[in-house]
Design a protein around this ligand. Structure first.
Ligand SMILES: Nc1ncnc2c1ncn2[C@@H]1O[C@H](COP(=O)(O)OP(=O)(O)OP(=O)(O)O)[C@@H](O)[C@H]1O
Ligand SMILES: [Mg+2]
Length: 392
């Protein structure tokens, strides 16, 4: 058991004592005689170490609790707590157990002391009167050992820190992946829901209608002229259904994208948008087709579709400008409207909005990025995708 430390040592350095082990090792000199302490300080000034001194065992314990020492030079014969007692306390505490001790003793070759000392785990003895060279060489060895241990410890701490940082960034990446995965599923579900609704509303009722008309024709025997007329009506309905199927197909994956390329598909989509919404849509395209891979083309096309849907639903715009151009080895799609803008709280909390988020993900999945600028004067969505899609 370590007794409570007796602070206020005579050592001027103690005022700045702290628990950090600096890069400069410290040596503790414990001696009850001030002249010895001064002499030892003088002798050790040539070493790379800082020297702290204590005039008693109690004071030495106090210092050891405040600082880390590379080595303690302990006078054996001191009034009160002697050097061996001090060593016992030091060996008994976790914090001080490892400090190498050198006993400085005037009692010439005193075997008992020697034995006691080694039993305590003391590392070395040095006899008084002190031979400067012997003392300095022993101190040098211990300081080297301490420095080597410190370097190892720092290295180990650095490694542990790097492992910690890597683990943290891996965990963050995993979390992001999980979030993306959940979001992807939500987007897929949403797409399925839209398709199911479209099929139900558009196709289901038209086909049911056709069936009823055919059954009605079966039940009633009309004259030739009336029958032809009814069949003409039926054909008209079938034609309408074909148009609707074509429209649904276009919505799912417009053949024009595969057959004629992205610029043509953008033109077609813009014209469709203008026809349905009445909002003027202007398209400017460079011939970028060759540089984009299929997935990149689809991504940009879907981003345009989602942007136009949003403009139709939310923007209250009168004009839309769509541009497709290249920036070095990247292809850029810009969709700008002159509508009322996206509410700021949605722009700052992007996670809440499925459509905008989905566009960003499409761009990211193809190694690109999406930027949204919006004010009350309008919204500009810019998607940039590398020609050779580098999947993250
Ligand atoms: N061009 C735009 N002009 C004005 N507001 C817009 C525009 N685009 C999006 N917004 C606003 O941002 C919100 C989020 O858009 P987002 O596409 O993410 O969702 P949504 O269109 O409401 O629903 P959905 O998931 O069906 O797309 C919209 O509700 C709308 O308020
Ligand atoms: Mg939307």
């Amino acid at each position: 058991m370590i007794p409570p430390p007796h602070l206020a040592p005579d050592d001027p350095e103690s005022a700045q004592g702290d628990l950090t082990a600096g890069f400069r090792p410290r040596i503790l000199v414990v001696d009850d005689r001030e002249t010895n302490r001064v002499a030892m300080r003088h002798l050790l000034r040539g070493t790379a170490a800082e020297v702290s001194t204590a005039g008693s065992g109690e004071e030495a314990l106090g210092l050891c609790l405040q600082r880390e020492f590379a080595l303690a030079l302990i006078d054996v014969n001191m009034p009160g707590m002697d050097g061996f007692e001090l060593a016992e306390y030091l060996r008994g505490a976790e914090r001080t157990r490892e400090i190498p001790l050198i006993f400085v003793t005037a009692a010439l070759a005193e075997e008992i002391h020697r034995l006691r000392g080694y039993e305590l785990g003391a590392v070395d003895f040095i006899l008084k009167p002190v031979d400067d060279r012997i003392l300095l060489s022993k101190v040098g060895v211990f300081l080297e050992l301490f420095n080597a241990r410190e370097a190892l410890r720092r290295h180990r701490d650095e490694l542990a820190e790097r492992v910690r940082q890597r683990t943290a960034s891996l965990e963050a990446a995993q979390q992001k992946l999980r979030r993306l995965d959940r979001h992807q599923n939500a987007i897929r579900e949403e797409e399925r829901r839209r398709i199911a609704h479209a099929l139900h509303d558009e196709m289901g009722s038209t086909l049911a209608n056709l069936k009823m008309t055919i059954q009605w024709l079966q039940r009633n025997r009309f004259d030739h002229e009336r029958q032809n007329w009814e069949l003409e009506l039926l054909l008209g309905q079938v034609d309408e259904t074909i148009v609707k199927v074509r429209h649904l197909t276009q919505m799912l994956r417009p053949p024009i994208l595969d057959q004629c390329g992205l610029p043509a598909a953008l033109e077609w989509q813009a014209a469709e948008f203008e026809r349905v919404s009445g909002v003027a849509a202007r398209v400017t395209t460079e011939s970028t087709e060759v540089t984009l891979e299929e997935e990149g083309r689809i991504a940009l096309f879907r981003i345009l579709q989602e942007s136009l849907t949003n403009i139709g639903r939310h923007a209250r715009a009168t004009e839309v400008a769509i541009a497709l151009d290249t920036l070095g080895d990247r292809v850029r799609l810009t969709v700008a409207d002159n509508g009322r803008g996206i509410p700021e709280e949605l722009l700052t909390d992007f996670d809440r909005t499925m459509g905008l988020r989905g566009m960003e993900e499409r761009a990211c999945q193809n190694g690109g990025e999406l930027h949204i600028e919006s004010s009350t004067a309008g919204t500009r969505i810019t998607a940039v995708i590398p020609s050779r899609a580098t999947r993250p």
